[in-house]
Ligand binder design. Structure first.
Ligand SMILES: NC(=O)C1=CN([C@@H]2O[C@H](COP(=O)(O)OP(=O)(O)OC[C@H]3O[C@@H](n4cnc5c(N)ncnc54)[C@H](O)[C@@H]3O)[C@@H](O)[C@H]2O)[C@@H](O)CC1
Ligand SMILES: [K+]
Length: 461
């Protein structure tokens, strides 16, 4: 699987396993450096290149890249404040036939950052920081090798100057930082350079753009899925979710409400009456509860009733504020998706006794403790389930507007009603949400986004 994401510890173990199987570190470094050089030649297209080399194996990759470019006729300058420390990087330095400068002004139109890779352990300072600042202020084309040098590979946190890169070339496998903010925002295009590692057995991956399928030839509305959206005190949010859900593949969306919804579209069926009665329908494939639900006792009662029909479900917004172990005990957590933003994730973590940690750590622990599929949304989105942990490409920053979470919940619930698979529903939901944001054009409103789910479906078919 080429989209595997590894932690630093897993990366080192995988490389050790390759070496035990007979591939030397030098061979791995050559594969990494030569593979990266192929990408660099595409973007440099004959222009002079500067390579910044650090003291570890990331720097070693830099010498291999520089030598590969020289052999292909490129004008190359290596800038290395320190001599290599690791044995393999020293070997790469010895094989490099060009000039090395300890410090100089970089004037090349293409600059390759090989100062630090996943071995970064502390703040980047002194000459290293100066080089990164120089790179940041230059108009050159900027390439990060493995990860940007000021980025911590496991957390995506930033420990020094962070230029705005045009291209980041991950070596051997993706690292967590390739899917986490703030690092991800500075990486530009991300590409993987395979180096022949055995990545089987990994439990984290960058999500691949899904390929959706049209309804079966013999489909009818119920077979395509009936989604019940449980309305509550506030009318707007469940309508937004339902509008999105109707365009995300499901055959039938019903709004279960105890009041009128003026302005609701004619193609949305609104069923009024006691929730216990309207939920008592065998044909319901999935339930969405939370947007506009309210947080009072009657909202809690509606959430409990939604659980009592024991259908796959999506919990969002107010449902995430009401959820607690007692309520969850009435549900089948393995069939539930929760879609918390940071504040909601914080609340869930408090209620389920999960301590501090990064968003990734908390999302995983929340899944482990509750058994629910956790889609922790935001500028970076992390999905934790029994299947695996998935990371996603960045979505449009225009999504930072009220109501887009209701739209996401509606899309995920629609996909869940179509096939009943929580992890897959969340993955498809994020991609459709991002695609809809791209198609909705800037400064969209949530209802504009909900309408753009239709062309987004077409784009993913
Ligand atoms: N181990 C392997 O088999 C392979 C490793 N590869 C490369 O090796 C990299 C990891 O190499 P390393 O583990 O040597 O680590 P790095 O090259 O990322 O850096 C570690 C070195 O930098 C020093 N250092 C860390 N943070 C510093 C800071 N803030 N200021 C100054 N010095 C600092 C460390 O003391 C150490 O000497 C990967 O990112 C990748 O580029 C690739 O060549 C593929 C094969
Ligand atoms: K780097």
């Amino acid at each position: 699987m080429t989209d595997t994401v590894l932690t630093v510890e897993q990366m080192r173990a995988t490389e050790r396993a390759a070496m035990e199987a007979g591939v030397s570190e030098w061979e791995l470094m050559q594969r990494a450096g030569e593979g990266a050089a192929q990408w660099i030649m595409r973007v440099a297209a004959g222009r002079p290149v500067a390579v910044l080399c650090g003291p570890g194996n990331n720097g070693g990759d830099g010498y291999v890249i520089a030598e590969t470019l020289i052999r292909r006729g490129y004008e190359v300058q290596v800038i290395a404040p320190l001599e290599p420390r690791s044995e393999t990087a020293q070997q790469a330095r010895a094989h490099y036939s060009g000039a090395v400068f300890a410090a100089t002004t970089m004037r090349e139109p293409v600059v390759i950052d090989c100062l630090f890779g996943y071995g970064l352990t502390r703040k980047v300072e002194g000459e290293f920081a100066e080089l990164l600042e120089q790179m940041a202020s230059s108009h050159c084309y900027k390439v990060a090798i493995d990860v940007p040098s000021a980025v911590e590979s496991d957390t995506g946190s930033v420990l020094g100057p962070l230029p705005d890169y045009d291209l980041t070339l991950a070596l051997g496998a993706w690292k967590q930082a390739h899917g986490l903010m703030p690092a991800m925002a500075a990486m530009g295009e991300r590409r993987l350079v395979p180096i022949g590692l055995d990545l089987s057995g990994a439990r984290s991956a960058l999500s691949r753009r899904p390929r959706l399928t049209p309804p079966a030839p013999d489909a009818h509305k119920y077979r395509r899925g009936l989604l019940a959206v449980v309305a509550g005190a506030m009318p707007g949010a469940p309508l937004l979710a339902a509008e999105a859900a109707m365009r995300a593949g499901v055959g039938y969306v019903k709004l279960l409400s105890d009041h009128d919804h003026f302005g609701a579209p004619a193609d949305l069926v609104i069923e009024q009456g006691k929730l216990a009665n309207t939920l008592d329908d065998e044909r319901i494939a999935a339930v969405l509860v939370g947007p506009g639900l309210g947080r009072d006792d009657s909202a809690r009662e509606r959430l409990a009733q939604a659980f009592s029909c024991r259908k796959p479900g999506v919990l969002d917004a107010d449902a995430l504020y009401l959820l607690d172990p007692e309520l969850l005990a009435q549900a089948d957590p393995g069939t539930l998706c929760v879609t918390p933003h940071e504040g909601e994730l914080q609340k869930l973590c408090e209620v389920f006794g999960i301590g501090d940690g990064s968003k990734l750590e908390r999302a995983r622990r929340l899944h482990d403790v509750t058994g629910m599929t956790v889609l922790a949304k935001g500028p970076d989105t992390v999905l934790a389930s029994d299947v695996m942990t998935s990371f996603f490409p960045r979505g449009s920053s225009w999504l930072s507007v009220a109501g887009t979470g209701d739209v996401l919940a509606g899309i995920v619930a629609s996909r869940l009603a179509v096939h009943g698979n929580p992890h897959r529903a969340c993955e498809e939901g994020v991609w459709l949400h991002h695609e809809a944001a791209r198609l909705a054009s800037p400064a969209f409103t949530a209802s504009g986004l909900a309408h753009a789910v239709k062309p987004a479906m077409a784009a993913l078919l």
